[in-house]
Ligand binder design. Sequence first.
Ligand code: UGA
Length: 430
Amino acid sequence: MKIAIAGTGYVGLVTAACLADKGHDVTCVDVNEEKIRLLNEGIVPIYEPGLDSLIQRNGVRLRFTTNDVEAYQRAEVIMIAVGTPPQPDGSVRLDDVWGALRRIARAAERDCLVVIKSTVPVGTGDEAARFLAENGRPEVKFDVVSNPEFLSQGTAVRDTLQAPRIVLGVDSDRAERVMKELYAPFALPYVVTDRRSAEMIKYAANVFLALKISYINEIANVCELVGADIQAVAEGIGMDPRIGRRFLRAGVGYGGSCLPKDANALYSLAASHGYSLKTVWAAIDVNEKQKWKLLDKARLHIGDFRNRTVAVLGAAFKPGTDDVRESPALANIERLIAEGAVVRVWDPAALEHVVRRFGDAVVCCETIEEAIRGADVCFIFTEWPAVLQFDLHRYKTLMKTPLVVDGRNCYDPKAAEAAGLIYESIGRPV
Ligand code: UGA
């Protein structure tokens, strides 16, 4: 099938590469000339395991352009995978979605499906359908589909090729038939519904994950008070299939470009209809407080941070990505700098973003050893494999004081104690 994809971010590029891998002919279009230039030179502008090789392998079926006509004129399916960034009031900015719709309306010359993959407020698909009917060429019939994306950064290719379900929000038989033809080579189960429900599924899914994380973080906080171990508790409840094992890792809270944004957006959406989503508000509130747990724990040992040398391991919001959006690490680095600490940061993928954000205010380190040498305290914000595999004795030998405050429960507290560390983690007996 001839497909065009607007937006070459995580969702757009991964979807394009996977569809090309299944034999479709895909043209990616972006208004950012620099990104398209890099892609045409074979350079993938984002860090996503497995994506480079998938793009290389499917070079003949994948094109990158800034030219709308080239992408949209003859496409049978046009997917919109542009960003919908958060606004200060919690709602999302849809300028790029509307920009793409305007360009599609101008350039499309054959009947086609316009598929919204970007996370958009409920009702956007209906508005898009009205807009295209009014502004597209009169002879062209547009079918608008909501096909939300559930891929996670770091495992995006696998998540797309082996998704638990493909959600299709359609309002015509033709749209359903073409979408099923498009995804037939994936051999995955479908949930077929109306557009509004499909849009809602995306929010309800992401925010459910946020709720799960905030719940386990609160239970971890109570575990600390009553002397229970959150790891055992999470395992014990997660084995019940009604609860499920995943997203029960206690830590310093959820970050990234999706969970925080979607929780706020769903809250604002409900509020705009006069409904107060209390569970979602609680998840957001708990997450905000959880972010500062590590600093509070360290203060109990060292008082304040003025002139203290502080090592920060991990800046990305999770391992396997260079993305620092809403990363608890960055918020903490900012606070540590403000409180007078000398901050030394290590991250295997995201240091460039740390430099961009903090410049000379932090010392960026190539290795964990370099970051922790002479430090008064070491904070762990991201459970990168190099942190998990790090020899615990090295903290003791390299740090000034071997105080390790671990926000991702990377180590066994007994092993840490045996290695001579003063070790604090989340929701586990000291
Ligand atoms: C999330 C969803 O998991 C995807 O299904 C969705 O498609 C995506 O948003 C999106 O809307 O595009 P992502 O933001 O890549 O994916 O990251 P997650 O793996 O969900 O992690 C989010 C945050 O939760 C991270 O900061 C992670 O450290 C934290 N987390 C996750 C925990 O603190 N505990 C857990 O048990 C799991």
